[in-house]
Ligand binder design. Structure first.
Ligand code: FMN
Length: 362
């Protein structure tokens, strides 16, 4: 018996809900660099390259991780509504906008228990309380993704060398002018900017005070002032805050892949998104640590990282060794890492906002 039905028989409420939930996936700096088209029983996923443009996303590796978050998000919300799905990827040429089509069909499936956490998931950049996570939480995620060549590793105590490397990575944005300018583009300095754009990150979200915002605006105007303030003060504060955040972390969780295919990065994104939701369900907060994990991968993969100075080039060159030793890896490539621990959810006012679904639709 063919249990597949055409999506046209599926209620528009369900279609609307699946599309609505997609909005909540994380994107770098909340740039929301996706567009969608709904066609018969398919969701077409387009990369909005203008929005995705960022020196930290030079080869679109971060976009591929975010695409993985979208696919896993659809997996969860589709199953919640008794639907299954099939994905066709178009990843050979990332200059093209259409990256995937997801075909949905009705099929008796177990509802996914992570559905209620799609809207609760958030990025939390605060210090966390240290309460080691339970390995058993991640086991089902590991089981699902080992088949796709993705593994998940967790670490409680970083050794000195790893800690020093993480601390240095926290300086990357401030040290490097192009990275700073591309990031500041997505900072919303007041409520009016947040309401008007419904994207980016407000000051509280990135833990900046009004005075920091004042300096950021100065840095935006002048490279000289950026250097001056960095050497005569900012670097001590950045270092002090970063130490507190890194020390107050229960676990670092790293996703690894076995090869360098674009599809493997998408699958790594899927695994990390599911991990993120599992941690959210267990009241654990999450902050991605992309500079320390993805940038070394990109540098090795592409042999060059645009905008990276000598000192960071050396650190990123050494990073795979440090990560492999810390997470006890063999040949696998670490690609995306998060820190996690106990924390209260963010205040509603400091959470990121999303554009309306009609703004995503083509
Ligand atoms: C691929 C990717 C990389 C990210 N890297 C970082 C990071 O290095 N540091 C960080 O604090 N947040 C990082 N984020 C989190 C985003 O800034 C965050 O998801 C976005 O602002 C939306 O906020 P939300 O996660 O609270 O919904 C990353 C997100 C994605 C998808």
């Amino acid at each position: 018996m063919n249990t597949k039905k055409n999506i046209e028989e599926i209620s528009t409420d369900i279609i609307d809900d699946i599309l609505d939930k997609i909005r909540y996936v994380p994107t770098g700096d909340n740039s929301q660099h996706w567009n969608f088209k709904w066609q018969k029983n398919q969701i077409l996923i387009y990369h909005n390259k203008e929005r995705a443009k960022h020196i930290l996303n030079d080869h679109f590796h971060a976009s591929l991780l975010s695409l993985g978050c979208i696919i896993e998000n659809i997996d969860i919300s589709a199953k919640f509504h008794g639907l299954d799905f099939h994905v066709d990827y178009f990843l050979e040429d990332l200059t093209q906008d259409l990256l995937a089509t997801v075909t949905l069909f009705t099929m008796p499936t177990d509802p996914d228990m992570l559905y209620p956490f799609i809207e609760k998931r958030e990025t939390n950049r605060n210090p966390f309380s240290r309460q080691p996570l339970k390995e058993e939480w991640l086991k089902p995620v590991m089981q699902k993704f080992t088949k796709m060549g993705v593994n998940i590793h967790s670490l409680e105590r970083p050794d000195k060398r790893f800690f020093k490397f993480l601390l240095k990575c926290e300086q990357y944005i401030w040290f490097n002018r192009e990275v700073l300018l591309d990031t500041v583009k997505w900072i919303r300095f007041n409520e009016g900017e947040t309401i008007a754009s419904r994207d980016g990150m407000n000051l509280e979200n990135v833990k900046l005070k009004k005075i920091d915002a004042y300096f950021l605006k100065l840095f935006r105007q002048s490279a000289f002032l950026q250097k001056l303030v960095w050497y005569f003060g900012a670097r001590w504060k950045v270092n002090f805050d970063a130490k507190s955040v890194l020390k107050n972390t229960s676990n670092f969780v790293c996703v690894t892949i076995n090869d360098t295919r674009a599809l493997s990065l998408v699958n790594a994104g899927r695994a990390m998104y599911r991990t993120w939701l599992v941690l959210t369900k267990n009241n654990y907060a999450v902050q991605p640590m992309t500079i320390a994990s993805l940038l070394p991968y990109v540098m090795h993969n592409k042999s060059y990282l645009r905008g990276c100075n000598m000192s960071f080039t050396k650190s990123f060159a050494d990073a795979p060794k440090i990560l492999k030793k810390s997470f006890n890896l063999n040949a696998e490539n670490p690609v995306w890492m998060i820190r996690t621990g106990g924390a209260n959810p963010l205040d509603p006012g400091s959470r990121t906002t999303r554009r309306n679904i009609k703004d995503f639709m083509l």
